[in-house]
Write a protein that binds this ligand. Structure first.
Ligand code: UTP
Length: 468
């Protein structure tokens, strides 16, 4: 009796929302399958989905907004007129690190669909000579920074239901790459259903399974608070959080200079950017619209605005977002309480699904809309936000695509890692023979000064070497 009764309730609720097809295979499911499906459906906010589907046609009028948009408040690379100097920023950031008031958030919950890797992206072996995984690469740098400043830096890793178990197991098996258990917390983000782009109907991934996806890196905000990480950070005296994404092996984890600019500017949220090379680069554009700093996605910025130039020929909208931020812990807390939360963005993507006859369909082109929250939507709410320019070759080489793509592959990221390490050696006065790859573990040397203490300036590295 009971399951039938529940089914009736479920059916009524779904019918009212136009999503009754979700239980089309109910009669064929065993009790465990029904339980699973019911549980998934009950977690979906059907009215939210209906609103998001209805809203498909109405976005802001970007060409109007772009007319009013201005470049952001920024620290430009090498500009003597900047508000703060690199030296002042470094010393301020180092003081914060030494005081133990910095924590690290690493988001690693994405599905990595473009990459086509069947495990959490953090397990991908990217070290050019070491084959270190992305998790190990991040943790090595974190440990090096912590050692330099004589502190422990808590690491908060965001997973999703799809990556949580395997990530947990991988880190445990590798003893968290040397970090004590008390310094690492995993927290799992939420999910959102994918809907059919033509009908707005929620897709089924199986007869007893809704097509669910992680709710975007912006899902971090609620998951961070709900998982108790916020309390944990407060308990550890963490007042500033360095935020990065797992798929960028050049990430300068807890970079003192970036933290320092953030603190000198009394900013609640600071964003690292790179200068766009091409007006149509596929990166978000940081701009100020009506007094508030925000990111205009490349797909939203009208081409004429993207091509706009200053009298000296440089791009007017120059600041390309690379998803590296520093947050005040108190700001995240304030935003968790915020009435509306972060907005959802819609993305047209391929989602395999089962059709009305129960057959699995692998779409050849985008067939669905996925709903994701983006962490950068916090920017307009932050007090004194500031952007800090860096060179892409210093801080950003993400792995997004499979090997056959032209860019953002493992190979391009590895080349960038080797190139950056070579630049560091050069600054230390150590030569690397032409065509010879090197890889430096930051625990061996975090900067050129440390390199010059370990290798004689004027010497040459003749063979491929992993310095560890
Ligand atoms: P991307 O937007 O590049 O997504 O995420 P992705 O999942 O890695 O790859 P595609 O788009 O499916 O090919 C940028 C960063 O944000 C994290 C990812 O793990 C990556 O580090 N992310 C993304 C999350 O943690 N959760 C999400 O829901 C989405």
């Amino acid at each position: 009796m009971f399951p039938d009764l529940t089914r009736t309730d479920l059916q009524a609720k779904l019918r009212a929302a136009g999503q009754e097809h979700l239980i089309a295979f109910w009669d064929q499911l065993d009790e465990a399958g029904r339980e699973r499906l019911r549980d998934q459906i009950e977690r979906i906010d059907l009215s939210l989905i209906a609103g998001l589907v209805r809203g498909t046609q109405h976005g802001p009028n970007w060409s109007e907004l772009a007319d009013r948009a201005m470049p952001p408040r920024a620290i430009r690379r090498g500009d003597p007129h900047n508000e703060f100097s690199p030296a002042a920023a470094r010393s301020r950031g180092e003081a914060a690190l030494r005081a133990g008031s910095v924590g690290m958030i690493l988001v690693a919950g994405g599905q990595g669909t473009r990459l086509g890797f069947r495990h959490p992206k953090g397990m991908l072996q990217v070290g050019p000579l070491s084959s270190r995984s992305l998790f190990e690469i991040m943790i090595d740098r974190l440990r090096a920074v912590a050692t330099r400043f004589g502190v422990s830096i808590p690491l908060y890793i965001m997973t999703s239901p799809a990556t949580h178990g395997e990530t947990d197991e991988f880190l445990a098996r590798n003893e968290r790459f040397g970090l004590p258990a008390s310094d690492v917390r995993l927290f799992c983000q939420g999910v959102m259903p994918a809907v059919d782009a033509a009908t707005g109907r929620i897709l089924l991934a199986g007869r007893d399974q809704v097509s669910l996806n992680p709710d975007g890196h912006g899902g971090m905000l609620t998951a961070w608070a709900a998982s108790g990480c916020h309390e944990h950070a407060l308990g550890r005296g963490v007042r500033h959080l360095f935020y990065g994404q797992i798929d960028n092996p050049l990430l300068m984890v807890c970079d003192p200079e970036l933290i320092g600019y953030h603190l000198l500017a009394e900013s609640e949220m600071t964003t690292q950017v790179v200068a766009k090379r091409d007006p149509l680069d596929r990166v978000g554009n940081v701009a100020i619209i009506d007094g508030s700093t925000q990111i205009i996605e490349y797909s939203d910025l009208p081409e004429a605005a993207a091509r706009r130039r200053n009298p000296d020929g440089s791009l007017y909208f120059w600041a390309g977002s690379i998803a590296i931020h520093v947050f005040e812990t108190s700001f995240l807390n304030r935003m968790v309480q915020h009435r509306d939360g972060l907005p959802f963005h819609r993305a047209h993507k391929k989602s395999p699904f089962i059709d009305a006859d129960g057959n699995r369909v692998e779409p050849a082109s985008p067939n669905s809309i996925k709903f994701e929250r983006f962490i950068f939507d916090l920017l307009p709410f932050a007090r004194n936000p500031i952007v800090v320019e860096a060179g892409a070759e210093e801080v950003f080489a993400p792995v997004k695509n499979a090997a056959d793509a032209k860019d953002e592959t493992i190979a391009t990221a590895q080349a960038a890692m080797i190139a950056r390490d070579k630049t560091m050696f050069q600054a230390a006065g150590v030569k690397v023979a032409e065509g010879v790859p090197i890889e430096v573990n930051p625990r061996w040397a975090l900067d050129a000064e440390e390199v010059s203490r370990k290798l004689r300036p004027g010497s040459t590295v003749e063979r491929a070497t992993y310095f560890v």
